[in-house]
Design a protein around this ligand. Structure first.
Ligand SMILES: Cc1cc2nc3c(=O)[nH]c(=O)nc-3n(C[C@H](O)[C@H](O)[C@H](O)COP(=O)(O)OP(=O)(O)OC[C@H]3O[C@@H](n4cnc5c(N)ncnc54)[C@H](O)[C@@H]3O)c2cc1C
Length: 434
């Protein structure tokens, strides 16, 4: 069997690991256009702040990769020739044939579409090369403006603050990440940013990036205000890279549509990771995630199926542990809804499932350490845990395993209930019974 994988991210690597667990002899070729190969993209945030060296971002040693026994081709695929089971490249390489193909090309930042967006100093954060460029320009800059929402915008803010730049953070709406966080949570994050010296501008929309000699020197806002700055970093959402699939005539919606075997409408072509739009049995819809864990699980499942070992990927409750303005934050299940004016599409480290919020009650507690629960008829549908993380593991289990919370539901809904204590007690008892 001749396996070809496009994309050297976590979905692609996991697929090779799965293929090799079934088929030791088949030929495996991975094609990737990133000069750094496989590394941790979530880790780029910590690289920007200086907490991690770039060498710490590589989860596999070269020995690990060698053991997987695959050929790595550094190139960019330009076309999938479905009828011929072959790929073409942007370089003048000969076409490469496949028996089974995995498309794991990820997603990319939605561009900032205003005049001046092509000036040097207008930056996004998709790849390690982007992070290196940000650090290089931050070294000679004094003032930065960050535009956008979600986790990546905040990572850009934090990275630039830690590099001692004066940072202006522009929000089109009236609060940070309004379709995932509630008002109090946005307030906690914004207050901490202000304490770090970040200047927040609500209801602010950039209409032009201005420059001199090809380099950024400022911004014009819709309200007529101007800001001087040396760099502009944006994170207004990401888009799955569906072009190859679309041109090959594969079924796409917002991402490449796949069944539970990660198979596209061509049985020899699979898709996994940020580029795939995967069926969610809980909602009955196909949704996008931009999460490391699901990308790895999908890649692994796709690899098993490609190697002829049927394995259904059942989408689990989306879960992310991240850091918002220095506070560890766990987001589980459905937690918010509506539109966030600062994001044009799904953000990095985000899941569409988080916003499929049915009518349900909300119980909440605390100030900086905060737990918010989305309470369904018999189960918990979602949770956000900010700060103290004692409850994040129990809540992840209670939500993902659909644990019946009838014994505590009424207690949770009493105004000002100590929901942390109630959940902790319930979890301790549930564990004893198991
Ligand atoms: C800054 C940042 C912060 C993040 N934070 C979090 C977080 O907190 N939590 C979390 O769970 N997730 C987070 N993510 C998201 C997570 O990293 C992704 O979900 C995951 O990396 C997706 O893996 P993938 O294999 O699908 O795609 P990718 O990792 O994007 O890999 C795709 C690869 O394909 C290559 N490629 C694309 N087109 C072609 C082509 N035509 N030919 C050849 N190669 C091609 C790309 O260059 C890339 O190397 C973050 C991502 C970023 C960038």
């Amino acid at each position: 069997m001749n396996y070809v994988i496009i994309g050297s991210g976590v979905a692609g690597i996991a697929a090779i690991e799965a293929i090799r667990s079934v088929d030791k002899a088949g030929k495996v070729v991975m094609i990737g256009d990133d000069p750094h190969g496989f590394y941790s993209r979530p880790g780029l945030a910590y690289y920007l702040t200086g907490e991690l060296h770039d060498k710490a971002l590589f989860p596999r040693t070269s020995e690990d990769l060698r053991r997987l026994n695959f050929q790595y081709v550094r190139a960019r695929v330009s076309r999938i020739l479905q009828d011929q089971h072959a790929l073409e490249f942007t370089s003048d390489q000969a076409p490469l044939v496949y028996d089974r193909l995995l498309i794991a090309v990820g997603a990319q930042a939605i561009p900032l579409e205003v005049p001046g967006a092509n000036l040097e100093g207008v930056l996004k954060l998709d790849h390690m090369e982007d992070a290196k460029r940000i650090l290089k320009l931050a070294r000679r800059g004094k003032t930065a403006v960050v535009v956008g929402g979600g986790i990546t915008a905040l990572e850009l803010v934090e990275g630039l603050v830690s590099r001692k730049l004066k940072v202006h953070y522009l929000l089109r709406g009236d609060r940070y990440w309004s379709n995932v966080l509630d008002e109090q949570e946005s307030h906690i994050v914004e207050q901490r940013l202000q304490e770090e010296g970040v200047k927040l501008h609500h209801h602010s929309e950039v209409i032009e990036v201005t420059g001199k000699n090809g380099r950024v020197n400022g911004l014009r806002l819709l309200n007529g205000q101007t800001l001087k700055c040396d760099l502009v970093a944006y994170a207004i959402g990401i888009r799955p890279q569906v072009r190859l699939a679309k041109e090959a005539g594969l079924a796409i919606d917002r991402g490449i549509l796949v069944n539970e075997y990660l198979q596209t409408n061509d049985p020899d072509i699979f898709a996994a990771g940020d580029v795939a739009q995967v069926y969610d049995p809980r909602s009955g819809r196909s949704v996008l995630d931009s999460l490391w864990g699901p990308a790895r699980q999908q890649g692994y499942a796709a690899g098993l199926n490609m190697a002829g070992k049927p394995f259904a990927y059942i989408k689990t409750v989306p879960f992310n542990v991240t850091r918002l303005a220095g506070l560890t934050t766990t987001i589980i299940g459905t937690v918010g809804r509506g539109r966030d004016e600062d994001l044009v599409g799904i953000a990095r480290g985000d899941s569409e499932t988080w916003r499929q919020l049915p009518e349900c009650m909300i119980a909440q507690t605390g100030e900086v350490n905060r737990v918010r629960l989305l309470v369904g008829e018999k189960t918990l549908l979602g949770a956000i845990v900010i700060g103290d993380q004692k409850l994040s593991y129990p809540l992840e289990k209670i939500i993902s395993e659909n644990v019946d919370i009838s014994p505590i539901r009424e207690k949770l809904l009493i105004p000002n209930a100590k929901i942390g204590d109630i959940v902790a007690g319930f979890w301790a008892e549930a564990r004893i019974k198991r």
